[in-house]
Write a protein of this length. Structure first.
Ligand code: HEC
Length: 140
């Protein structure tokens, strides 16, 4: 009998402690209501405009570091982008489009052999459409 009382007392002590800790927020979700907006375009696959990309290539300063025939540039700090199809094959980082896009948004991901990791990382902040335009210009 004594044992049972002791157990009961212990149990109520636990209950009291439980009440005291009710202020703690439990990380349980109550479910999400509403519908997600339908996606019209996937930014990564947005269709770029090569002519707009050509303008961006100059205005964003790419011409200051890269040689690229269609842009009329001949800088040598970065790789010659006329050779992108070949470089993309050597890099083996997905399709030419994927390789070019990643090279613009996170240049440090793959460093072209013989070059330094000095390409600005700020191009990742460009609107997806402008990145698509640049990719279109470089893969036309
Ligand atoms: C300050 C110089 C500099 C500027 C400005 C610059 N780049 Fe680069 N870029 C480099 C260097 C250096 C590399 C080689 C290192 C690497 O692979 O990240 C490179 C690599 C690349 C590559 C991958 C080439 C390869 O074979 O790996 C692409 C594509 C590219 N740049 C496109 C651009 C575009 C588009 C812009 C403008 C929006 C730009 N770069 C601006 C210096 C620059």
């Amino acid at each position: 009998m004594r044992v049972a009382v002791a157990v009961l007392a212990g149990a109520s002590a636990l209950l009291v402690a439980g009440c005291g800790s009710q202020g703690v927020v439990l990380p349980t979700a109550n479910g999400v209501s509403g519908t997600l907006p339908k996606q019209k375009t996937t930014p990564a696959l947005a269709k770029g405009d090569p002519a707009a990309g050509k303008k961006l290539f100059a205005s964003e300063g790419c011409t200051g570091c890269h040689t690229y025939g269609p842009a009329g540039s001949n800088a040598t700090i970065g790789p010659d982008l006329d050779k992108l199809p070949q470089y993309a094959k050597q890099a083996n980082q997905g399709s030419l489009q994927q390789f070019v896009e990643t090279s613009i948004t996170s240049p440090g991901n793959y460093i072209q052999p013989g070059y330094q990791n000095v390409m600005p990382t700020t191009y990742a902040n460009l609107p997806p459409k402008q990145i698509a335009d640049l990719v279109a210009f470089l893969t036309q």
